[in-house]
Design a binder for this molecule. Sequence first.
Ligand SMILES: [Zn+2]
Length: 414
Amino acid sequence: MERIYRYRMTTTSGGNLSVREPNGDVWITPARLDKGGLRREDIVCVQADGSIVGAHPPSSEFPFHQAVYERRRDIRAIVHAHPVALVAFSICGQAPDTQLLHQARHVCGEVGFAAYALPGSQALAESVAGAFATGGHCVIMESHGVVVGGETLQQAFQRFETLEFTAKTIIKARTLGKVNYLSREQTELPHRNFTPLPAFDHGEVESRERELRRQLCDFVRRGYQQRLLISTEGSFSARLDAESFLITPYRVDRNTVDLDDIVLVRSGQAERGKTPSRASRNHGAIYQRHPDIHAIVNAYTVNATAFSVAGVELDSRTIPESFVFLREITLIPFGIQFCDPADLAQRVSRRRPIALLENDGVLVCGSSVLDAFDRLEVLEATAEAVINARLLGSITLMSDHATAELRRVFDMPE
Ligand SMILES: [Zn+2]
């Protein structure tokens, strides 16, 4: 709850979480308590026989939590909140289409819709549980918010966060033009083509490698906290030497990633016992082709991803900072990142360090971990500024004279 509150996905009074134990007891957040300062002992247990153990009354929305658990034995944790983008869908009577991004489709599945009923009522419980009966994990509640279920609270949270990200991205993309969605076949593509890297035995970790691991962890967590990565997606790597690089693991929560979670990839093989990010082959191909690239990040940032799903080009000639950091931004058609690492690698360079991957976030290259991170922040800020500017009027791009001058003074590659 603290995490949901900190990232402004609930207000102090709204939202509630619960977990069901195998014996039928349900632990749930208390009614009307400040969500910013919940403590372990504030959580209430509603036992299978209906008796309540705890210092507070349970959340007033306990009835729909209970109804969902009764209907769905596979759901053992529930997140309910009123995050702004999903509320926007809720009050328009719509559910976000997760075919926007392959990972949204895989993490969230199809999204259901529950008709309005009075908060806390049995009618609402029936409406919400009814929408879960089809087997989905996410339900938009009409004129209210969202309910997300999972096998664990962590999984329910990840679905919730990914769904809110998807909703935000759709809203931003709508201001740019038509939003493109993937076909079923396209969302299956990354899974159909995936084969894991062979493994090798990693010896002792030398101090330089340890330092690079630390740096990557710091920036991954910072990226998560700055909302540049979401908990389930986003890969960050750094070159160790000509043959090897370090990369974030597959599906480990980006908010808590640790030194030993990071995976060493050497000559196309991964450190034994760990699963590297699925972007490993692409990062490897880029490092091989471009000796001057030392760090790469795949990220999902709302504003830059909005350009990628609207298929709209992002021009960096807005302000000197954007032009100097971002240079030429390439738009890469969907699918290349799953089928052809060599093709992807030849589309980026020091002159074109940024790629918007169609319906798949952004790819940023840098000369160091800090450089790549910095560039990612500038990219997201630039994308947001352009989206805002389009609502104000027509954008004046910097002149050829101004950009030539910047190229000269900042020694930018031609
Ligand atoms: Zn509510």
